[in-house]
Design a protein around this ligand. Structure first.
Ligand code: UDX
Ligand code: ADP
Length: 464
């Protein structure tokens, strides 16, 4: 069996870039990305794509209208496809059973039901979204009990791309993981999907496992990565209390080939749509499996992340003589990491809210995040008592120098490259004195800033 027509349900950060690269690498396969959100699809079909990702626009423009299509006609795309990716969102539940822990599977279920109602022939269904272990089984049951057709195969093919480097990760993945049924039909479906990837990924990097191993590997990979960040952040607190420097500690331990040097950058805590959600997902799974010790072990990764954000804000308050009420504080960076406009679970949101609790006046500058997005992210801030409080306490600037004017403190929350090369002499001149800088990403030249006159504080090193 060979795949000739792919449909992807969900035109988000995963579905959009993944299918764009597949279309680029497989000119004989028609790829249609569908979504129920008309605005999102209109943006994919316009000159301003709904997501910013280095290299993406060029590849979309090269293939759009040839073998790559974005549409809201889910029915038509499902009917035509031999293989369907499910790339819908799976946010953490905010209500009911598993609130705050379990992923909300209503979007996955509704996509599965749509396929069952629409399909007139058997198809390969591929879970791309991160799902709880055994989600493939639920999809299979929905198809079996609701579709007139038989013979669907459900595969797990988790996406490991990171935002900001999505295109690079898709073009040159460390591995592609495909999990499926051990039956002859299951193996044939795995083969068909492998052949799509093998157009550009070396065969030995396409790993095949059973479905549950594949689902659990995705959760485990994200949990391990998040755990490394929480581990180095825990050590950063020890560094600040002892005179050690976390960058030196990271460098020294990273030289151990068993540890490796990646994901050891101390920071104000990890953000993004995946890490917190997936660790909580794992915690929920362990609780459901009656493994409370395992659940607690992983939950500590989240607690440490929250602690790191709070600790950083406490330091800002302490340094600014114990009070920030009425003081102007400038936040550089609102995205959860550089090279993306995504703010989901960004530490900047938490830090800004903590500062607002103290009634500081906040000025935000980010090169890619829109004003609407910042307003929406802060809209549930508990310290706002009326709608006009946003404009009273928060200003969004389009220029970093304007943002720094009359500010008491500059807080680096995202590691955007452009922050490194700003004219800090000029910024110092614009600020109130003493002028404080809090580098939550360890990207600036701290000694040079001290020479200019700044009071410098960073994660994982105490200058005082
Ligand atoms: C992550 C996984 O890397 C990816 O494989 C998975 O498919 C989705 O989740 P993403 O969330 O896009 O990707 O970005 P990532 O680069 O992993 O960064 C996550 C967060 O950790 C960011 O806030 C980043 O700034 C932070 N981080 C990362 C650190 O604080 N220190 C580090 O050393 C690395
Ligand atoms: P991710 O980061 O996992 O890609 P996003 O939230 O960026 O998540 O994208 C998920 C997309 O899936 C959204 O654009 C949403 O509108 C879409 N979606 C959710 N449910 C359905 C559905 N049943 N049919 C089509 N699209 C859906």
């Amino acid at each position: 069996m060979s795949v000739k027509n792919i449909c992807c349900i969900g035109a988000g950060y995963v579905g959009g870039p993944t299918c764009t690269v597949i279309a680029d690498k497989c000119s004989d396969i028609k790829v249609t990305v569908v979504d129920i959100n008309q605005r999102r699809i209109d943006e994919w079909n316009s000159d301003t794509l709904p997501i910013f990702e280095p290299g993406l626009e060029e590849i979309v423009k090269r293939n759009r209208g040839k073998n790559l299509f974005f549409s809201t006609d889910v029915t038509q795309a499902v009917l035509e496809a031999d293989l369907i990716f499910i790339s819908v969102n799976t946010p953490t539940k905010t209500f009911g059973m598993g609130k705050g822990r379990a992923p909300d599977l209503k979007y996955i279920e509704s996509a599965a039901r749509k396929i069952a109602d629409t399909a007139k022939s058997a198809k390969i269904i591929v879970e791309k979204s991160t799902v709880p272990v055994k989600a493939a089984e639920s999809i299979s049951k929905i198809l079996k009990h609701n579709s007139k057709c038989t013979g669907f195969q459900v595969l797990s093919n988790p996406e490991f791309l990171a935002e900001g480097t999505a295109i690079r990760d898709l073009l040159n993945p460390d591995r592609v993981l495909i999990g499926g049924d051990t039956s002859k039909e299951g193996q044939a479906a795995i083969r068909a999907l492998s052949e799509v990837y093998e157009r550009w990924v070396p065969k030995e990097r396409v790993l095949t496992t059973n479905t549950w191993s594949s689902e659990l590997s995705k959760l485990t990979a994200n949990a391990f990565l998040a755990q490394r960040i929480s581990s180095i952040n825990a050590i950063s607190a020890v560094c600040e209390a002892t005179g050690a420097d976390v960058s030196e500690v990271s460098y020294a331990i990273g030289k151990d080939s068993r540890i490796g040097d990646k994901f050891l950058r101390a920071s104000i805590g990890f953000g993004g749509s995946c890490f917190q959600k997936d660790v909580l997902n794992l915690v929920y799974l362990c609780e459901a499996l009656n493994l409370p010790e395992v659940a607690e072990y992983w939950h500590q990764v989240i607690l440490m992340n929250n602690f790191q954000r709070r600790r950083f804000v406490n330091k800002i308050i302490k340094r600014l003589f114990g009070t920030i009420t009425g003081k102007k504080i400038t936040i550089y960076g609102f995205a959860f990491k550089k090279d993306t406009g995504d703010t989901r679970e960004s530490s900047s949101i938490y830090i800004t809210k903590y500062l607002l609790e103290e009634e500081a006046r906040i000025v935000i500058y980010d090169p890619k995040v829109s004003e609407d997005q910042i307003r929406s992210d802060l809209s549930d801030c508990e310290s706002f008592h009326s709608p006009s409080d946003f404009d009273r306490y928060v200003t969004i600037c389009k220029d970093p120098y304007e943002a720094a004017k009359d500010s008491h403190a500059l807080v680096i929350c995202t590691e955007w490259d452009e922050f490194v090369t700003l004219d800090y002499e000029r910024i110092y001149g614009l600020m109130e004195k003493p002028a404080f800088i809090f580098d939550g990403r360890l990207i600036l030249k701290h000694e040079a800033l001290r020479k200019i006159g700044f009071q410098v504080d960073v994660v994982g090193k105490d200058f005082s």
